[in-house]
Ligand binder design. Structure first.
Ligand SMILES: [Zn+2]
Length: 497
Protein backbone atom coordinates (compact mmCIF):
# COMPACT_ATOMS: atom_id res chain seq x y z
CA UNK A 1 0.00 0.00 0.00
CA UNK A 2 1.58 3.25 -1.12
CA UNK A 3 -0.14 5.29 1.54
CA UNK A 4 1.10 2.98 4.25
CA UNK A 5 4.66 2.91 2.96
CA UNK A 6 4.75 6.64 3.05
CA UNK A 7 3.24 6.89 6.49
CA UNK A 8 5.57 4.36 8.05
CA UNK A 9 8.46 6.78 7.82
CA UNK A 10 6.59 9.48 9.70
CA UNK A 11 7.79 10.55 13.14
CA UNK A 12 5.87 11.73 16.23
CA UNK A 13 3.23 14.42 16.26
CA UNK A 14 5.53 17.36 16.89
CA UNK A 15 7.69 16.42 13.92
CA UNK A 16 4.59 16.22 11.85
CA UNK A 17 3.54 19.75 12.54
CA UNK A 18 7.05 21.12 12.18
CA UNK A 19 7.43 19.63 8.75
CA UNK A 20 3.99 20.83 7.87
CA UNK A 21 4.96 24.40 8.73
CA UNK A 22 8.24 24.14 6.87
CA UNK A 23 6.50 22.91 3.82
CA UNK A 24 3.85 25.60 4.00
CA UNK A 25 6.57 28.24 4.09
CA UNK A 26 8.40 26.65 1.19
CA UNK A 27 5.26 26.04 -0.82
CA UNK A 28 5.68 28.69 -3.55
CA UNK A 29 9.32 27.79 -4.15
CA UNK A 30 8.72 24.03 -4.12
CA UNK A 31 6.82 23.83 -7.36
CA UNK A 32 9.72 21.85 -8.81
CA UNK A 33 11.45 19.36 -6.53
CA UNK A 34 14.93 20.70 -6.31
CA UNK A 35 17.89 18.78 -4.88
CA UNK A 36 17.14 20.25 -1.41
CA UNK A 37 13.83 18.41 -1.06
CA UNK A 38 13.67 16.40 2.18
CA UNK A 39 12.85 12.72 1.37
CA UNK A 40 11.04 12.47 4.69
CA UNK A 41 8.88 15.34 3.61
CA UNK A 42 8.20 13.65 0.29
CA UNK A 43 6.83 10.66 2.17
CA UNK A 44 4.26 12.56 4.15
CA UNK A 45 2.74 13.98 1.01
CA UNK A 46 0.32 11.20 0.69
CA UNK A 47 -2.30 12.86 -1.48
CA UNK A 48 -3.37 10.69 -4.37
CA UNK A 49 -2.50 13.39 -6.91
CA UNK A 50 1.19 14.18 -6.66
CA UNK A 51 0.63 17.70 -7.92
CA UNK A 52 -1.84 18.61 -5.18
CA UNK A 53 0.89 18.50 -2.45
CA UNK A 54 -1.70 18.27 0.32
CA UNK A 55 -0.90 16.67 3.63
CA UNK A 56 -2.78 13.66 4.93
CA UNK A 57 -3.45 15.71 8.04
CA UNK A 58 -5.58 18.12 6.07
CA UNK A 59 -7.96 15.39 4.96
CA UNK A 60 -11.39 15.32 6.59
CA UNK A 61 -11.71 12.71 9.36
CA UNK A 62 -14.25 10.54 7.44
CA UNK A 63 -11.77 10.16 4.62
CA UNK A 64 -8.92 9.34 7.00
CA UNK A 65 -11.07 6.68 8.68
CA UNK A 66 -11.79 5.27 5.25
CA UNK A 67 -8.08 5.15 4.40
CA UNK A 68 -7.08 3.65 7.74
CA UNK A 69 -9.75 0.97 7.42
CA UNK A 70 -8.13 -0.16 4.17
CA UNK A 71 -4.70 -0.67 5.78
CA UNK A 72 -3.51 -3.97 7.27
CA UNK A 73 -4.44 -4.21 10.96
CA UNK A 74 -0.90 -4.94 12.20
CA UNK A 75 0.28 -1.59 10.73
CA UNK A 76 -2.32 0.49 12.54
CA UNK A 77 -0.66 0.69 15.99
CA UNK A 78 2.37 2.34 14.37
CA UNK A 79 0.09 4.77 12.66
CA UNK A 80 -1.44 5.68 16.02
CA UNK A 81 2.01 6.89 17.11
CA UNK A 82 2.07 9.56 14.41
CA UNK A 83 -0.03 12.10 16.25
CA UNK A 84 -2.85 12.36 18.75
CA UNK A 85 -5.37 12.99 15.96
CA UNK A 86 -4.49 9.71 14.25
CA UNK A 87 -4.56 7.94 17.59
CA UNK A 88 -8.03 9.27 18.28
CA UNK A 89 -9.31 8.41 14.81
CA UNK A 90 -7.93 4.89 15.07
CA UNK A 91 -10.31 4.22 17.95
CA UNK A 92 -13.16 4.30 15.44
CA UNK A 93 -14.68 0.84 15.62
CA UNK A 94 -15.72 0.65 11.95
CA UNK A 95 -12.00 0.52 11.06
CA UNK A 96 -11.56 -2.57 13.21
CA UNK A 97 -14.83 -4.10 12.11
CA UNK A 98 -13.53 -4.00 8.54
CA UNK A 99 -10.13 -5.42 9.54
CA UNK A 100 -11.85 -8.31 11.40
CA UNK A 101 -13.95 -9.05 8.35
CA UNK A 102 -11.30 -8.70 5.64
CA UNK A 103 -8.39 -10.36 7.42
CA UNK A 104 -10.23 -13.11 9.30
CA UNK A 105 -13.65 -13.38 7.69
CA UNK A 106 -15.17 -12.56 11.08
CA UNK A 107 -18.78 -11.49 10.73
CA UNK A 108 -19.54 -9.71 13.93
CA UNK A 109 -22.79 -9.27 15.71
CA UNK A 110 -22.42 -5.66 16.92
CA UNK A 111 -25.31 -5.90 19.38
CA UNK A 112 -23.89 -9.04 20.93
CA UNK A 113 -20.49 -7.43 21.30
CA UNK A 114 -21.99 -4.26 22.72
CA UNK A 115 -23.90 -6.23 25.32
CA UNK A 116 -20.65 -7.90 26.36
CA UNK A 117 -18.94 -4.50 26.48
CA UNK A 118 -16.48 -5.61 23.81
CA UNK A 119 -15.38 -3.53 20.82
CA UNK A 120 -14.28 -4.76 17.39
CA UNK A 121 -10.85 -3.43 18.26
CA UNK A 122 -10.78 -5.79 21.28
CA UNK A 123 -11.90 -8.68 19.05
CA UNK A 124 -9.15 -7.88 16.57
CA UNK A 125 -6.34 -7.38 19.07
CA UNK A 126 -7.19 -9.75 21.92
CA UNK A 127 -8.73 -12.62 19.97
CA UNK A 128 -8.06 -12.76 16.22
CA UNK A 129 -4.58 -11.27 16.07
CA UNK A 130 -3.49 -12.96 19.26
CA UNK A 131 -4.58 -16.44 18.15
CA UNK A 132 -3.89 -16.02 14.41
CA UNK A 133 -1.17 -18.68 14.51
CA UNK A 134 -3.59 -21.46 15.42
CA UNK A 135 -5.95 -20.89 12.49
CA UNK A 136 -5.66 -23.60 9.84
CA UNK A 137 -5.46 -27.35 9.41
CA UNK A 138 -3.84 -29.54 12.08
CA UNK A 139 -3.03 -33.13 12.87
CA UNK A 140 -3.30 -34.10 16.54
CA UNK A 141 -0.55 -36.25 17.97
CA UNK A 142 -2.57 -39.26 19.15
CA UNK A 143 0.04 -41.97 18.67
CA UNK A 144 -0.64 -43.91 15.45
CA UNK A 145 -4.21 -42.64 15.09
CA UNK A 146 -3.66 -39.01 14.05
CA UNK A 147 -6.70 -36.94 13.11
CA UNK A 148 -7.84 -33.77 11.43
CA UNK A 149 -8.63 -30.45 13.05
CA UNK A 150 -9.60 -27.20 11.33
CA UNK A 151 -9.37 -24.06 13.45
CA UNK A 152 -11.53 -21.31 11.96
CA UNK A 153 -13.21 -18.04 12.82
CA UNK A 154 -16.97 -18.52 13.18
CA UNK A 155 -18.70 -15.17 13.74
CA UNK A 156 -16.48 -13.62 16.39
CA UNK A 157 -15.46 -16.93 17.96
CA UNK A 158 -12.46 -19.12 17.11
CA UNK A 159 -13.53 -22.77 16.96
CA UNK A 160 -11.45 -25.93 16.66
CA UNK A 161 -13.50 -28.45 14.64
CA UNK A 162 -12.42 -32.08 14.71
CA UNK A 163 -13.31 -33.86 11.45
CA UNK A 164 -14.08 -37.55 11.48
CA UNK A 165 -14.66 -39.92 8.57
CA UNK A 166 -18.21 -41.21 8.09
CA UNK A 167 -19.16 -44.58 9.54
CA UNK A 168 -17.40 -47.57 8.02
CA UNK A 169 -17.71 -48.54 5.18
CA UNK A 170 -19.73 -45.63 3.70
CA UNK A 171 -16.92 -43.66 2.06
CA UNK A 172 -19.29 -41.50 0.03
CA UNK A 173 -21.06 -40.15 3.12
CA UNK A 174 -20.06 -36.65 4.28
CA UNK A 175 -17.43 -36.10 6.96
CA UNK A 176 -18.64 -35.73 10.52
CA UNK A 177 -17.40 -32.91 12.72
CA UNK A 178 -17.56 -31.78 16.32
CA UNK A 179 -16.14 -28.81 18.22
CA UNK A 180 -13.15 -29.57 20.45
CA UNK A 181 -12.58 -26.08 21.81
CA UNK A 182 -13.59 -22.46 21.35
CA UNK A 183 -12.02 -19.13 22.15
CA UNK A 184 -14.10 -16.00 22.58
CA UNK A 185 -14.18 -12.64 24.26
CA UNK A 186 -16.76 -12.65 26.99
CA UNK A 187 -15.51 -9.43 28.46
CA UNK A 188 -12.96 -6.78 27.64
CA UNK A 189 -10.06 -8.11 29.64
CA UNK A 190 -9.10 -11.00 27.44
CA UNK A 191 -10.04 -14.13 25.51
CA UNK A 192 -11.51 -17.19 27.20
CA UNK A 193 -10.56 -20.70 26.09
CA UNK A 194 -13.16 -23.39 26.60
CA UNK A 195 -12.92 -27.15 26.17
CA UNK A 196 -15.97 -28.55 24.33
CA UNK A 197 -15.14 -32.23 24.77
CA UNK A 198 -17.73 -34.49 26.37
CA UNK A 199 -21.45 -34.10 26.75
CA UNK A 200 -21.68 -31.56 29.55
CA UNK A 201 -21.11 -28.35 27.61
CA UNK A 202 -18.18 -25.93 27.42
CA UNK A 203 -15.82 -25.73 30.38
CA UNK A 204 -12.49 -24.22 31.32
CA UNK A 205 -9.54 -24.98 29.03
CA UNK A 206 -6.19 -23.65 27.99
CA UNK A 207 -4.22 -23.23 24.75
CA UNK A 208 -0.49 -22.88 24.43
CA UNK A 209 1.26 -21.96 21.19
CA UNK A 210 4.41 -24.07 21.44
CA UNK A 211 6.07 -22.79 18.28
CA UNK A 212 5.06 -21.47 14.87
CA UNK A 213 3.49 -24.69 13.58
CA UNK A 214 2.61 -26.40 16.82
CA UNK A 215 0.17 -25.75 19.64
CA UNK A 216 -1.37 -27.68 22.47
CA UNK A 217 -4.71 -27.72 24.23
CA UNK A 218 -5.42 -28.62 27.81
CA UNK A 219 -8.65 -29.29 29.65
CA UNK A 220 -8.81 -27.92 33.18
CA UNK A 221 -12.01 -29.74 34.14
CA UNK A 222 -11.82 -33.29 32.85
CA UNK A 223 -14.65 -34.33 35.19
CA UNK A 224 -16.87 -32.76 32.50
CA UNK A 225 -15.81 -35.62 30.20
CA UNK A 226 -16.96 -38.33 32.60
CA UNK A 227 -20.32 -40.06 32.38
CA UNK A 228 -22.51 -41.24 35.24
CA UNK A 229 -22.29 -44.84 33.98
CA UNK A 230 -18.49 -44.78 34.20
CA UNK A 231 -16.12 -46.22 31.60
CA UNK A 232 -18.72 -48.69 30.34
CA UNK A 233 -21.08 -45.92 29.34
CA UNK A 234 -18.27 -43.80 27.95
CA UNK A 235 -17.17 -46.69 25.75
CA UNK A 236 -20.68 -47.44 24.51
CA UNK A 237 -21.26 -43.77 23.69
CA UNK A 238 -17.89 -43.47 21.93
CA UNK A 239 -18.61 -46.64 19.94
CA UNK A 240 -22.01 -45.36 18.85
CA UNK A 241 -20.58 -42.01 17.80
CA UNK A 242 -17.34 -43.24 16.26
CA UNK A 243 -18.60 -46.42 14.59
CA UNK A 244 -22.35 -45.99 14.53
CA UNK A 245 -22.97 -49.37 16.14
CA UNK A 246 -22.78 -51.48 19.29
CA UNK A 247 -20.04 -53.96 20.12
CA UNK A 248 -22.51 -56.82 19.64
CA UNK A 249 -22.99 -55.64 16.02
CA UNK A 250 -19.33 -56.22 15.36
CA UNK A 251 -18.98 -59.96 15.03
CA UNK A 252 -15.40 -59.89 13.88
CA UNK A 253 -13.30 -60.61 16.96
CA UNK A 254 -10.15 -58.99 15.60
CA UNK A 255 -12.10 -55.84 14.81
CA UNK A 256 -13.59 -55.75 18.33
CA UNK A 257 -10.09 -55.92 19.71
CA UNK A 258 -8.85 -53.10 17.47
CA UNK A 259 -11.81 -50.90 18.42
CA UNK A 260 -11.33 -51.45 22.15
CA UNK A 261 -7.62 -50.72 21.78
CA UNK A 262 -8.36 -47.45 20.00
CA UNK A 263 -10.80 -46.39 22.72
CA UNK A 264 -8.33 -47.10 25.51
CA UNK A 265 -5.46 -45.45 23.66
CA UNK A 266 -7.25 -42.30 22.51
CA UNK A 267 -9.02 -41.66 25.82
CA UNK A 268 -5.62 -41.06 27.42
CA UNK A 269 -5.49 -37.88 25.37
CA UNK A 270 -8.76 -36.33 26.51
CA UNK A 271 -7.07 -33.83 28.82
CA UNK A 272 -4.11 -32.70 26.73
CA UNK A 273 -3.30 -32.74 23.01
CA UNK A 274 -0.56 -31.40 20.77
CA UNK A 275 -1.26 -30.42 17.17
CA UNK A 276 1.07 -30.05 14.19
CA UNK A 277 0.23 -27.94 11.16
CA UNK A 278 -0.63 -29.63 7.90
CA UNK A 279 -1.41 -28.07 4.52
CA UNK A 280 -3.62 -29.13 1.67
CA UNK A 281 -1.58 -30.24 -1.36
CA UNK A 282 -0.96 -27.54 -3.96
CA UNK A 283 -2.74 -28.15 -7.25
CA UNK A 284 -1.23 -27.90 -10.75
CA UNK A 285 -3.12 -27.79 -14.05
CA UNK A 286 -1.56 -31.04 -15.33
CA UNK A 287 -2.47 -33.13 -12.25
CA UNK A 288 -4.37 -36.33 -13.06
CA UNK A 289 -7.24 -35.21 -10.81
CA UNK A 290 -7.33 -32.35 -8.28
CA UNK A 291 -5.25 -33.34 -5.22
CA UNK A 292 -6.84 -33.23 -1.77
CA UNK A 293 -8.15 -35.32 1.10
CA UNK A 294 -9.98 -38.65 0.64
CA UNK A 295 -11.80 -41.12 2.88
CA UNK A 296 -10.67 -44.68 2.28
CA UNK A 297 -11.57 -48.18 3.50
CA UNK A 298 -8.87 -49.89 5.56
CA UNK A 299 -10.40 -53.26 6.38
CA UNK A 300 -10.92 -53.87 10.10
CA UNK A 301 -9.39 -50.48 10.92
CA UNK A 302 -12.43 -48.73 9.47
CA UNK A 303 -12.31 -45.58 7.36
CA UNK A 304 -9.17 -43.46 7.33
CA UNK A 305 -8.32 -40.04 5.89
CA UNK A 306 -5.64 -39.95 3.20
CA UNK A 307 -4.04 -36.96 1.48
CA UNK A 308 -3.46 -37.40 -2.26
CA UNK A 309 -0.67 -35.25 -3.72
CA UNK A 310 1.19 -35.19 -7.03
CA UNK A 311 4.95 -35.08 -7.44
CA UNK A 312 5.87 -35.10 -11.14
CA UNK A 313 5.32 -38.66 -12.36
CA UNK A 314 4.24 -39.89 -8.94
CA UNK A 315 1.10 -39.63 -6.88
CA UNK A 316 1.32 -40.18 -3.14
CA UNK A 317 -1.29 -41.05 -0.57
CA UNK A 318 -0.25 -39.92 2.93
CA UNK A 319 -2.22 -40.96 5.98
CA UNK A 320 -3.80 -38.13 7.94
CA UNK A 321 -5.37 -40.70 10.26
CA UNK A 322 -3.76 -44.04 10.88
CA UNK A 323 -3.89 -47.31 12.79
CA UNK A 324 -1.53 -49.51 14.82
CA UNK A 325 -0.25 -51.19 11.62
CA UNK A 326 0.40 -48.12 9.46
CA UNK A 327 0.43 -44.96 11.61
CA UNK A 328 -0.75 -41.51 10.57
CA UNK A 329 1.92 -39.65 8.59
CA UNK A 330 3.06 -42.72 6.63
CA UNK A 331 2.76 -42.96 2.89
CA UNK A 332 0.11 -45.61 2.36
CA UNK A 333 0.19 -45.75 -1.45
CA UNK A 334 2.57 -44.53 -4.13
CA UNK A 335 1.49 -44.50 -7.77
CA UNK A 336 3.77 -44.55 -10.81
CA UNK A 337 1.83 -42.45 -13.31
CA UNK A 338 4.23 -43.36 -16.12
CA UNK A 339 3.21 -47.04 -15.89
CA UNK A 340 -0.33 -47.64 -17.05
CA UNK A 341 -1.82 -51.08 -16.47
CA UNK A 342 -4.33 -52.52 -18.91
CA UNK A 343 -6.70 -54.72 -16.92
CA UNK A 344 -7.23 -58.23 -18.32
CA UNK A 345 -10.32 -58.35 -20.50
CA UNK A 346 -12.74 -60.97 -21.78
CA UNK A 347 -12.66 -64.29 -19.99
CA UNK A 348 -9.61 -63.27 -18.02
CA UNK A 349 -11.26 -60.27 -16.33
CA UNK A 350 -12.10 -62.24 -13.17
CA UNK A 351 -8.73 -63.91 -13.02
CA UNK A 352 -6.64 -62.86 -10.05
CA UNK A 353 -3.62 -64.78 -11.33
CA UNK A 354 -3.72 -62.97 -14.67
CA UNK A 355 -3.89 -59.55 -12.99
CA UNK A 356 -1.16 -60.64 -10.62
CA UNK A 357 1.04 -61.70 -13.54
CA UNK A 358 0.59 -58.30 -15.25
CA UNK A 359 1.43 -56.34 -12.12
CA UNK A 360 4.45 -58.45 -11.21
CA UNK A 361 5.75 -57.99 -14.75
CA UNK A 362 5.70 -54.22 -14.23
CA UNK A 363 7.36 -54.63 -10.88
CA UNK A 364 10.16 -56.58 -12.53
CA UNK A 365 10.65 -53.78 -15.09
CA UNK A 366 10.84 -51.23 -12.27
CA UNK A 367 13.35 -53.39 -10.41
CA UNK A 368 15.56 -53.82 -13.47
CA UNK A 369 15.49 -50.11 -14.21
CA UNK A 370 16.45 -49.28 -10.64
CA UNK A 371 19.31 -51.80 -10.83
CA UNK A 372 20.61 -50.30 -14.06
CA UNK A 373 20.50 -46.85 -12.53
CA UNK A 374 22.44 -48.01 -9.47
CA UNK A 375 25.06 -49.85 -11.57
CA UNK A 376 25.61 -47.05 -14.08
CA UNK A 377 28.80 -45.60 -12.60
CA UNK A 378 29.33 -41.94 -13.53
CA UNK A 379 31.86 -41.53 -16.37
CA UNK A 380 31.41 -45.05 -17.79
CA UNK A 381 28.22 -44.21 -19.57
CA UNK A 382 27.67 -40.98 -21.46
CA UNK A 383 23.91 -41.28 -20.91
CA UNK A 384 22.49 -39.72 -17.76
CA UNK A 385 21.72 -42.37 -15.10
CA UNK A 386 18.09 -41.28 -14.93
CA UNK A 387 16.39 -40.79 -18.28
CA UNK A 388 14.17 -38.24 -16.57
CA UNK A 389 10.43 -38.41 -16.18
CA UNK A 390 8.33 -38.94 -19.26
CA UNK A 391 5.64 -36.33 -19.83
CA UNK A 392 2.70 -36.78 -17.48
CA UNK A 393 -0.12 -38.84 -18.99
CA UNK A 394 -3.00 -36.78 -20.25
CA UNK A 395 -5.92 -37.13 -17.83
CA UNK A 396 -8.33 -39.55 -19.44
CA UNK A 397 -11.49 -37.71 -20.38
CA UNK A 398 -15.04 -38.87 -19.84
CA UNK A 399 -16.30 -41.56 -22.16
CA UNK A 400 -12.95 -43.33 -22.19
CA UNK A 401 -13.96 -45.70 -19.40
CA UNK A 402 -13.14 -49.38 -19.32
CA UNK A 403 -15.10 -51.98 -17.38
CA UNK A 404 -13.81 -52.59 -13.88
CA UNK A 405 -14.30 -55.98 -12.29
CA UNK A 406 -12.84 -57.02 -8.97
CA UNK A 407 -10.94 -60.29 -9.58
CA UNK A 408 -12.26 -63.40 -7.83
CA UNK A 409 -11.01 -63.77 -4.28
CA UNK A 410 -10.34 -60.05 -3.71
CA UNK A 411 -12.38 -58.61 -0.86
CA UNK A 412 -13.77 -55.10 -0.60
CA UNK A 413 -15.50 -53.63 2.47
CA UNK A 414 -17.53 -51.37 0.24
CA UNK A 415 -19.35 -52.92 -2.70
CA UNK A 416 -20.41 -49.53 -4.01
CA UNK A 417 -17.32 -49.04 -6.17
CA UNK A 418 -17.96 -47.95 -9.77
CA UNK A 419 -18.03 -50.69 -12.41
CA UNK A 420 -16.09 -48.61 -14.94
CA UNK A 421 -12.78 -46.86 -14.50
CA UNK A 422 -10.86 -44.26 -16.48
CA UNK A 423 -7.37 -45.69 -16.10
CA UNK A 424 -5.20 -47.99 -13.98
CA UNK A 425 -1.58 -47.46 -12.92
CA UNK A 426 1.08 -49.50 -11.24
CA UNK A 427 1.61 -48.60 -7.61
CA UNK A 428 2.89 -49.84 -4.29
CA UNK A 429 1.08 -50.00 -0.98
CA UNK A 430 2.65 -50.00 2.46
CA UNK A 431 1.86 -52.96 4.70
CA UNK A 432 3.29 -53.75 8.14
CA UNK A 433 2.69 -55.85 11.23
CA UNK A 434 1.08 -54.52 14.40
CA UNK A 435 3.13 -51.63 15.80
CA UNK A 436 4.52 -50.81 12.32
CA UNK A 437 6.83 -53.81 12.41
CA UNK A 438 8.63 -54.94 9.21
CA UNK A 439 7.05 -52.33 6.93
CA UNK A 440 7.19 -53.23 3.25
CA UNK A 441 6.02 -51.63 0.00
CA UNK A 442 4.06 -54.24 -1.92
CA UNK A 443 2.80 -54.09 -5.51
CA UNK A 444 -0.74 -53.10 -6.36
CA UNK A 445 -3.02 -51.34 -8.83
CA UNK A 446 -4.23 -47.76 -8.55
CA UNK A 447 -7.65 -47.50 -10.17
CA UNK A 448 -8.89 -44.06 -11.22
CA UNK A 449 -12.70 -43.99 -11.33
CA UNK A 450 -13.47 -40.29 -11.65
CA UNK A 451 -12.47 -36.86 -10.28
CA UNK A 452 -13.63 -37.80 -6.81
CA UNK A 453 -13.00 -41.52 -6.47
CA UNK A 454 -10.14 -43.93 -6.82
CA UNK A 455 -9.27 -47.40 -5.59
CA UNK A 456 -6.21 -49.40 -4.68
CA UNK A 457 -5.96 -53.14 -5.13
CA UNK A 458 -3.52 -54.65 -2.64
CA UNK A 459 -2.21 -57.70 -4.44
CA UNK A 460 -0.59 -59.33 -1.43
CA UNK A 461 -3.56 -58.74 0.87
CA UNK A 462 -6.04 -59.67 -1.86
CA UNK A 463 -8.08 -56.68 -0.79
CA UNK A 464 -9.43 -53.54 -2.38
CA UNK A 465 -9.64 -50.07 -0.80
CA UNK A 466 -12.11 -47.52 -2.11
CA UNK A 467 -11.39 -43.80 -1.64
CA UNK A 468 -13.84 -40.92 -1.96
CA UNK A 469 -13.04 -37.20 -1.89
CA UNK A 470 -13.55 -35.21 1.32
CA UNK A 471 -15.91 -32.43 0.18
CA UNK A 472 -15.14 -29.86 2.86
CA UNK A 473 -13.88 -26.34 2.15
CA UNK A 474 -11.19 -26.20 4.84
CA UNK A 475 -10.11 -22.67 5.70
CA UNK A 476 -6.60 -21.26 6.19
CA UNK A 477 -5.30 -24.61 4.85
CA UNK A 478 -3.23 -23.70 1.77
CA UNK A 479 0.53 -24.10 1.85
CA UNK A 480 2.40 -20.78 1.54
CA UNK A 481 4.62 -22.42 -1.14
CA UNK A 482 5.07 -25.83 -2.83
CA UNK A 483 8.30 -26.24 -0.84
CA UNK A 484 6.45 -25.63 2.45
CA UNK A 485 4.08 -28.45 1.51
CA UNK A 486 6.97 -30.86 0.71
CA UNK A 487 8.66 -29.98 4.01
CA UNK A 488 5.42 -30.61 5.89
CA UNK A 489 5.03 -34.06 4.26
CA UNK A 490 8.59 -35.04 5.16
CA UNK A 491 8.08 -33.77 8.68
CA UNK A 492 4.89 -35.70 9.45
CA UNK A 493 6.37 -38.85 7.94
CA UNK A 494 9.51 -38.57 10.07
CA UNK A 495 7.38 -38.15 13.21
CA UNK A 496 5.28 -41.21 12.36
CA UNK A 497 8.14 -43.69 12.07
ZN1 LIG B 1 -12.61 -30.74 28.80
Amino acid sequence: MAVCARLCGVGPARGCRRRQQRRDAAEPAAADSGPDTDPEEERIEAGPAAGSRRSLLELPPELLVEIFAALPGPDLPRLAQVCSRFRRLLRTDTIWRRRCREEYGACEDPRGLEAAGVSCRDVYAKLLHRYRHILGLWQPDIGPYGGLLNVVVDGVVIVGWMYLPPHDPHVDDPMRFKPLFRIHLVEQKGATVECMYGHHGPHNGHIQIVKKDEFSTKCNETDHHRMPGGRQEEFRTWLREEWGRTLEDIFHEHMQELILMKFIYTSQYDNCLTYRRIYLPPSRPDDLIPPGLFKGTYGSHGLEIVMLSFHGQRARGTKVTGDPNIPAGQQTVEVDLARRIQLPGGEQQHSFSELSRLVLEVREQVRQQQQQQQQGAPGDDPRPPDPGPAPAPAPPGPGQGQPFVLPAGVSSRNDGYPRTCRACFYGTGLIAGHGFTSPERTPGVFVLFDQDRFGFLWLELKSFSLYSRVQVAFRHADAPSPQAFEDMLKNIQALAS
